[in-house]
Design a protein around this ligand. Structure first.
Ligand SMILES: [Zn+2]
Length: 159
């Protein structure tokens, strides 16, 4: 977050918070996307799964654990304009739940472990699986969204 702090002649201080300068505007991002010939959807998903730019596969996708880089360092794709919101956590929970439920069913059928030991093993395993899946799932989601041209916060006609 950036802010501009100004003080006028009367001594009144005014602070203005500015949007991040490096994140491309929606219109700018759409214009970039429309001017490109994108790779096939499968290629974009595979690049996203490996935490690379879905468009070129060369630049990094993340600037942190889950924060997208504003622009790809290699092809200048406006990755910061893709707002995946709650989709990656939803898909991650969906996949993780299926893995953990399968393990619960298998472990209760094949062993006579007490329930507290299953909980002690499966709760940390659930967290680890979810945290490991979140980045590749978000990358794949960003790849699908870019392939479909889903950039920015508003849709056409939603204003
Ligand atoms: Zn790129």
């Amino acid at each position: 977050m950036r802010a501009v702090i100004e003080t006028d002649e009367g001594g009144t201080t005014k602070a203005t918070i500015l949007p991040p300068a490096t994140v491309p505007e929606d219109d700018e991002a759409r214009a970039w996307l429309e001017a490109q010939s994108l790779p096939p959807l499968v290629s974009m998903v595979l690049h996203g799964l490996s935490a690379r730019c879905p468009v070129c596969g060369a630049g990094r996708l993340y600037a942190g654990y889950l924060r997208l880089v504003p622009r790809c360092s290699a092809c200048k794709a406006p990755l910061g304009a893709v707002r995946a919101d709650d989709a990656p956590p939803y898909f991650t929970i969906f996949i993780t739940a299926h893995i953990i439920i399968a393990l619960v069913v298998l472990s209760t059928r094949s062993s006579s472990l007490p329930i507290w030991s299953l909980i002690a093993m499966l709760v940390p395993l659930t967290l680890v699986v979810a945290l490991l899946l979140l980045r590749p799932v978000k990358g794949a989601t960003v790849g699908v969204m870019l392939s479909l041209g889903l950039i920015g916060a508003h849709r056409d006609g939603a204003d």
